[in-house]
Design a protein around this ligand. Structure first.
Ligand code: NAP
Length: 329
């Protein structure tokens, strides 16, 4: 394990942030070492992937650890990805091997180990659709265990790991992909892309290329304009609440989900007139109102100010309280 004292916390939102310690683990044994080190120092252990879905404080009093072990093992349609592998590299390899299941999750930044935490999803697919199990280090039991899909308690952008971020360190993700033809994502942007190309039965490679192209046009590249992807989750409303909102705002976009009704958070923000606006140093992305950009590398407090400002504006207009997607550390 490599440990740096008072070191920079990597984060795609470019918050200038330091942690008491930053530890790089290169094996399962070093994960245990990092856990013991944090206990010895009397500090919390916070595991991050590439920092693409976090909002760090300016100073994080903790041991922040990254998992730097990667690799993919393929056996038939079984696809095991080590936590430190870049998620999109894994998607690329699955497509090259003619295995379908995660092609719609192309272009998502971050590491594979982070993918089950918020049950990453895009264009109608979620990692839980094809996940069989994950290997974790259980910090409460001090042992490596396998959790099957049911035990992971996956929901829409949610899981056991999101509920108990302190308890589990994800070591590897085991997927069961398919050798069948891929299904076309039923999302407007994807359908329009293939309509233009007069192609109603795209292959895996075609779907991956489409998703990457669509994302590129709509989402700022965090390597160029710092951001943490979607900043808010899509609210899920009960039937009564959804009906009330629909009566008041008939043009609202609603999607049924898990016996609830999903409302696009980006749409709500756009309707407050904030798309493309600046709140202090923070910009609401002109291409996607769900993305907050931090081009001037503002600190934690400024991000919180912008977050609260947006939550207040959306609440004043719709009576709906948005919730942050990235994790504060
Ligand atoms: P979009 O296509 O403009 O759609 C806006 C919202 O409406 C999305 O959040 C989506 O929900 C929902 N929606 C649209 N068509 C739908 C359908 N046919 N069935 C069910 N729900 C539908 O969204 P976008 O912002 O360009 O993002 C495209 C996809 O990439 C979305 O799935 C989004 O979640 C995903 N994405 C995720 C992140 C992240 O950081 N988590 C960042 C960027 C994009 P869903 O979000 O539930 O799909």
């Amino acid at each position: 394990m490599i440990v740096d004292k008072e070191s920079i916390v990597p984060n795609s939102l470019a918050v200038p942030s330091m942690a008491s310690f930053v530890a790089r683990t290169r094996s399962k044994a070093e994960v245990v070492e990092a856990d013991n080190f944090a206990n010895k120092e009397g500090l919390p252990l916070i595991v991050i992937g590439e920092g693409t879905n976090i909002v760090p404080h300016d100073y994080v009093k903790a041991v922040v650890a990254t998992l730097d072990f990667n690799g993919i093992t393929k056996a038939g349609a079984q696809f095991k990805i080590m936590a430190g592998e870049k998620w999109d590299d894994a998607v690329k390899i699955s497509v090259e091997n003619n295995l379908s299941g995660i092609e719609s999750l192309s272009g998502i930044p971050g590491k594979a180990g982070a993918a089950p935490i918020q049950n990453i999803g895009a264009y109608g697919s979620e990692i839980s659709d094809c996940l069989e199990n994950v290997e974790v280090y259980d910090r409460t039991k001090k042992e490596f265990i396998i959790l099957n899909k049911k035990e992971c308690q996956f929901r829409y952008r949610d899981s056991l790991f999101k509920k108990y971020p302190e308890n589990f360190i994800i070591i590897s993700v085991n997927l069961k992909l398919s050798k069948e033809k891929p299904k076309m994502p039923k999302y407007k942007d994807v359908e329009e892309y293939f309509n233009k190309k007069n192609n109603s039965t795209p292959n895996l490679k075609g779907i991956r290329e489409a998703i990457i192209e669509i994302r590129k046009n709509k989402l700022p590249d965090p390597n160029i304009i710092p951001n943490a992807g979607s900043y808010f989750t899509n609210p899920l409303l009960g039937k009564k609440e959804a009906l009330y909102i629909k009566n008041k705002f008939p043009e609202i976009l609603l999607f049924p989900l898990e016996n609830k009704t999903k409302i696009p958070a980006g749409w709500l923000i756009e309707k407050t007139g904030l798309k493309g606006a600046k709140i202090g140093k923070i910009e609401i992305s002109p291409g996607n109102a769900l993305v907050l950009a931090n081009p001037n590398r503002a600190g934690f407090e400024e991000i919180m100010y912008a977050e609260n400002f947006i939550i207040k504006k959306v609440f004043q207009k719709f009576g709906i309280t948005l919730e942050r997607e990235p994790r504060i550390i």
